[in-house]
Structures are given as structure tokens and as C-alpha cells.
Ligand binder design. Sequence first.
Ligand code: ASP
Ligand code: MG
Length: 472
Amino acid sequence: MKFGGSSVANGKKIRHVANLIADNSSSECAVVAVVSALEGITNQLIHAAEEAKKGKHEHVRKFKQEILERHLVTAKDAIKNSQIEEEAEQTLRERIDELEQVLTGIGYVGELTPKSRDTVIAFGEKLSAPIVSGALKDLGRKSVHLTGGEAGIVTDNNFGEAGLLMNFTKFQVEKNLEPLLKSETIPVITGFIASTQNGETTTLGRGGSDYTATIIGAALEADEVWIWTDVDGLMTADPKIVQEAKTINELSFQEATELTIFGAKAMHPRALEPAKKEGIPVRIRNVFSPNNPGTLITKGQKAETVNGVKAVTLVRNVAVITVSGAGMVGAPGTAAKVFEVLGKENINILMISQSVSESNISLVIQRNLLERAVNTLEIALLGRDYIREIMPEDDVCVVAVLGAGMKGMPGVASRIFSAVAKKGINVRMIAQGSSELNVSFVVKEKNGDETVRAIHKEFNLAPKGNPSSRVF
Ligand code: ASP
Ligand code: MG
């Protein structure tokens, strides 16, 4: 079971979380808990590291006091037994002293490397796990807290976004956790952080606690991985855009991966990999509404809808670049050149389309990279006679329509585009992956919300009599 930052934001919430863990664990059913940092702490640590680098020792001292206070208050509210509370408090004080030393060191050197940054931001989870573990002991359960590295998660040394070494990890996690589970001790593991083979602290990328949970689940061959969060699950659309949007009961791994890639921010995009590989079902559940079954992600592709479409999402803050020139027709290597130039600049391409006429290629990228992308392309390509124009557009958004049931079902695309056309909205660019799991297209930004609503309605994604179970 993984609990995100908003679920462990304060002592009262941590008590609630500890109760959920205790209620679901028994001698028949062992539970491993994975926790995020208290809400907001990771961002504060990043900020503190940057201030430290500028030599702002005063800020570091103030920050130390604030973070200490917040965690001590949280521990006090979460743990009633004074002996258990004191034990947690001592761990918190020791770790926060250590954090201060790291920040001070960064201040003196004046340098923040990816490695020292990881050391700093790992403290968020290193401070939340002892409190959650203490709260479980307070409920009369046996519990220990472990860092990701202590649990056995091993990565390469790509600090900030470390790559998992799964075989070694599996071996270590089994060895470290199974004896605990056998003795009915509940391990509380820091999400997000891991370790290299040399014991250096690494992190798995922002939001990485989900990934920690599925790594541990896969290593232990768990029956299920539960991601407890503050929403009911993955939804048919963003409820801020479509009021009647509802929770999706069941999705395949492939569908869920597409959804998370297309911005349903309920989960870390890499988090599904380990579970998918081992075929372990992942359930997304709401801590504040634990009776709700949430969204189940499984190996099967239960076509829950009659019309193939399960969700529609909107990706904002993107831009389109169109590279054109009659000379591109029948000139092999043009697309390769465009991709190579952008790849070298570390600019990720989200969507591609080229017409059969070959006279232009359109790409979608993150909007904040637009200027750099256009400059690089101009320098690299414009001198060549086959490319005539590089045209940027920054007032656009991507609408992605998702669902495995769309595969091999004729007429879905026509329904999508007629629904959009009926609203008088112009479609600028279209792409369908040959997996047929999604159709993505570009419209003007001002039409984004209306397009999403039109498609949600066309495919009746929130049928009446099956009300939304959302709790907000
Ligand atoms: N605390 C980390 C973050 O905010 C990891 C997580 O919450 O999953 O990114
Ligand atoms: Mg988080």
C-alpha cells in the first residue's frame, strides 16, 4: 500500500492512514506500506537546496527550524504513547541535524550536483516514514521503518531519475522484507528514494513513490498493489472540464499507461512497468473514501464500454512545429534529420504526423521548449534547399481519446471528428498510434475544453444511472 503526500499531510491524517494499514493487515494478509513525504516537503527541500547553494546560511537555519517543528507536531498528533513518540522524535531530530549539515556543506562548496540534490530531497520521505511506523506501533502493531535502499531497492547512478536494477533489487527486497512479514511486522518504506550499489542515495523522479510501491510489489510477488491517493481513481475526463466525469472501474495496463502519459496525474508514468511485467493488479483508491472500490488496473482488457472509448484527456502547454518544403517529397532522411536535431537538444517529441504528400511534417513538443526548438531547427535545416519553412504555433492543445476497445472497431474516428466538427471546431493535426489505443489531435487552445466535453458526450462516458462516485 502506498500513501501519497496529501494522505500523510499531518498527524491526524497519518493516524487515519495507520488505521487503514492495520485494518487491512492480518496473519493471513501481510501488508508493506510505502509513504511519500508530508505534503509540500519535497518542494521545500528543493528550494532549501537552491538557497543553500547561494550561500544563504540564514535561510538554512530558518528552514531547519520550520521543518523540525512541522514534523514534531505531526509526530505528536499521530502518536499517543509517549515512549513511542519520543523514539520517533529522536529519529526526526537526528535526521534533521544531518540534513542541516548537508545543506551547510552545499553552502560552503557553493555547488549543487544532481547527487547532492538527491541526498537533500530524500529527507522528505526519511522523515515521514518514522512517523507512520510510530503510529502503527501506537495501534499495537509491530512495525519498522526502512529507507528504499535499506529495503533493497538498487539503481544506477543517474541521480534525479535513477534507473532500476530489478534483478538485484528483487533478490535484496525478498531477503530483507520476507523475514519481517513472517514475524507479522509491518515495514514502512520511504517512497521515491533508492540507493546505488555503493550505497549512495538516489531518487526515482518526482512522484516516484508510486514506482517504489510497484517495485516492492513485483519483487515480493504481491497479490495486489494499492495506490492510496486523494481521488477515487482514474477518470473518464478531468472533472474540472467535464462536470459529470466519472471514475473508471477497470482498465488494462496499456490503457492506464496511455492515460498517465497523457497527463492523468494520478500516477508516476513508470510506475506501472514492474506490476505489468509480473501481472500484479494495481488498485487506485481514495484514502478519504475507503469504501469506494477505486480503479482496478489489470492484465485483462475488459471492454467496459460498448463503444470502445474509455477516457478523453487534454494536454495543455504544448506547441506545434511544422517543417515544410516541396523538396522534402521523396527525400529520404528528412524526418531523421529533424528528429536528430531535436534529440541532440534534448527536446522530446510528443506527437508526430506527416501527410502522404510528404511536403510537411508536424511535431508537437512542450511549449516552453518552442523557442529553442525553432532556433535549433533553423540553424540546422534552413540552409538546405529542400526545407522552405519552419512554422511554430503556440496557441494549441492536444486532445487524446483513449481506450483499448477502439482497436479494430470501425467508425470511432469518424464519430470523434464529427462530434468536433458539429461544434465548428477545426482540427489542426491528427495522429493515431498503430496500437489503436488512442487517437490524438490538435485543436486551438481556446477550443480545448469544449472539444473534450463534445467527445465525452458523444461516447456517453458517464452514463446516467451509473453516477459518479467521486467525493470532493
Ligand atoms: N515526495 C516525492 C515528490 O513529491 C515523491 C512522491 O511524492 O511520490 O515528488
Ligand atoms: Mg507526491
